[in-house]
Ligand binder design. Structure first.
Ligand code: ADP
Length: 519
């Protein structure tokens, strides 16, 4: 124990010596002393920051993610050099915190585990989702009945070393209310300037967290408290293309699931056709979680057969997939669907990564009212209103009667109704659906679009281009319309995706209409 802690512990021990064991205080002090003696004040796993080894391990465990791996290696290199400097000087400071942002199943956790493995350190993981109470991070004061240290100190005690790789999940879902602001407490734990003296309310003495390597993860960046975001180095995981998923499944997931289901010694193969079938027809996601689950499902069914003494084939072919997994979940891709009047294909950026959404417009007899449904947020509602006004103001160009909307009510709906959506980037798609409905001409389904719209019909820059384009590619769209100012973002998009999709960069709604509306 550090000197100050020892003094504190001895003082408490003295108090304990004077107390009758039947006294209620006795138990409290005893537990407190247990905590003090159990904390890994000095225990650490030996430091082993070989950069070449780390790079090798990251490659061994993960397919692709080239840029992400590079940034992590750079980060580790900086950490290593700084540690060397620290040895010379007395001052102790941690490095900045890594923050992995991306949809579920893109490998955030597993990269974290690999980092721990490559550094030879222990790994632990705590979820912050729904944490609203400051005490969950920093503990309750000892005067409180049933007081306990917070999650950070508890986890450090359980893992038994003071330098683990510590992953804090769902940092974007941290709450705050009258019980205090957990983000403030978290900041203290994460901030390298002050976390060498992290104070837990229960522990009362500071604990040095500066040797812990914190990594935070979340699905979206927007909801992370700004003060926290500033302290972190954000690395974005955009999601995988179909090809990447295929290779991940082939090289990693299949072997992993075979082993996990007791089939590790059996040389069962899965054909390329079968993998593609599963990816295309049984999953629709940015990451590979669903895919992993499907493979697990197949392995389980094979394991059962073997356990029942039945024979199984040495190979899972495309035709076998339906036998194991049942009928296709996604029987047709978007491109195979019919074009319709009053429906446009929008590209969205959600917690689950990029996604496509259909904007539906229905016209019915009425008085020119606008109805919006589909759990739209404020910004999206306003964006829909702007789109409506824009379309109304363009009646001449669209060859519509002047008061075409007077005897109509307009209903805009965005499925799926139970999922809340927000943001201005659906403006172009909403306008398109409206124009299609009013002009009674169908839109081309396989044209995905995204872009904010102004009242004058200008199309403005939006975010999440890579995620949206990957989602469009997954859904089999052939054409994507993007704002002109987003042209620069195309650089990040994998070559094979660019090959399959035709891009239009527009600055005006008229250009969108030209591409997406059927003659
Ligand atoms: P996240 O934490 O982002 O939700 P996980 O790390 O839990 O996702 O990843 C889900 C599964 O997919 C894990 O089994 C992981 O090993 C696997 N996986 C994800 N990306 C890759 C990749 N690039 N290479 C190999 N396996 C991967």
């Amino acid at each position: 124990m550090p000197g100050a802690v020892l003094t504190k512990a001895q003082k408490e021990l003295k108090r304990l010596a004077f107390l009758n064991p039947a006294h209620p205080e006795f138990g409290y002090i005893r537990t407190y002393l247990d905590w003090l003696t159990d904390m890994p004040w000095q225990t650490a796993t030996p430091n082993d920051t070989s950069i070449t080894k780390a790079a090798k391990i990251l490659d061994e465990d993960h397919y692709g993610l080239k840029k992400i791996k590079e940034r992590i290696i750079e980060y580790l290199a900086v950490m290593k050099l700084r540690e060397k400097e620290k040895k010379n000087k007395e001052e102790e400071k941690g490095t900045t915190i890594l923050c992995f942002i991306g949809p579920p199943g893109v490998g955030k956790t597993s990269i974290g585990k690999s980092i721990a493995r490559s550094l030879g350190r222990k790994f632990l993981r705590v979820s912050l989702g729904g944490v609203r109470d400051e005490a969950e991070i920093r503990g309750h004061r000892r005067t409180y009945v049933g007081a306990m240290p917070g999650r950070i100190i508890q986890s450090i005690k359980n893992i038994g070393v003071n330098n683990p790789v510590f992953m804090l999940d769902e940092i974007d879902k941290l709450g705050a209310d009258f019980r205090g602001d957990p983000s403030a407490a978290l900041l203290e734990a994460l901030d390298p300037e002050q976390n060498n003296e992290f104070s837990d309310h229960y522990l009362e003495v500071p604990f040095d967290l500066s040797k812990v390597m914190f990594i935070t993860t979340g699905n979206i960046l927007d909801t992370i408290p700004p003060a926290l975001r500033d302290r972190m180095e954000v690395i974005q995981f955009p999601g995988y293309t179909e090809d990447e998923k295929f290779h991940i499944a082939q090289q990693f997931l299949w072997k992993k699931e075979l082993t996990a289901n007791g089939l590790g010694k059996k040389p069962i193969q899965v054909t390329d056709g079968a993998l593609r079938e599963i990816i295309q027809r049984y999953t629709r996601e940015a990451g590979v979680r669903e895919l992993e689950r499907m493979l697990a499902n197949i392995c389980r069914k094979m394991a059962r057969k073997i356990a029942e003494g039945k024979k199984i084939k040495k190979e899972v072919s495309k035709e076998d997939v339906a036998k194991y997994l049942g009928p296709r979940k996604y029987s047709e891709t978007l491109a195979e669907k019919k074009d319709e009047i009053g429906i446009s294909t929008g590209l969205a950026y959600t917690q689950a990564g990029g996604d496509i959404l259909f904007i539906e417009v229905a016209l019915m007899p009425g008085k020119g009212n606008l109805l919006l449904t589909g759990k739209l947020g404020k910004v999206m509602q306003e964006s829909a209103k702007a789109a409506f006004s824009y379309v109304r103001s363009r009646w001449q160009e669209l060859k519509l009667p002047k008061d075409f909307y007077k005897d109509l009510d307009v209903h805009i709906h965005v499925p799926e109704g139970a999922i809340s959506k927000d943001g201005p980037s659906a403006g172009a798609a909403i306008s398109m659906a409206l124009i299609s409905a009013f002009t009674q001409k169908p839109t081309r389904r396989e044209v995905g679009m995204t872009g904010e719209i102004t009242l004058r019909g200008r199309i403005l820059e939006i975010g999440g281009v890579k995620e949206k384009v990957l989602a469009a590619h997954r859904a089999g769209l052939k054409t994507v319309i993007l704002p002109k100012d987003n042209k620069k973002d195309l650089e990040e998009i994998p070559q094979n995706v660019k090959r399959d999709i035709k891009f239009y960069f527009v600055s005006q709604m008229d250009e969108v209409v030209k591409v997406a509306l059927k003659k």
